[in-house]
Design a protein around this ligand. Sequence first.
Ligand code: ZN
Length: 92
Amino acid sequence: MSVVMEKKSKGGRPAGSRNREYVVVYEYPAQCPSCGSTNIKPIPGGETQVHEFPGIDAATGKPFDRVTWRNCRCECGQVIRRRRPEKTMTDS
Ligand SMILES: [Zn+2]
């Protein structure tokens, strides 16, 4: 005789999880190191790395909560890894 234990899985997500919004503090580099153009666009499907650590941006003096790196390409074809500090929008 066997007893079948049926596990009931409750659907649902933990309460209190809000979407966090981020504002971009700054982007590096602002210009292409090869040609100086500012026409730099993210590579579609390109790799994005997110590092969740807070700090103070050296160039602007503004605090950030995380940094993202993203592979972008300039109009001249130069591939640029862009660094982007971001700040969490918090309700106060
Ligand atoms: Zn360029």
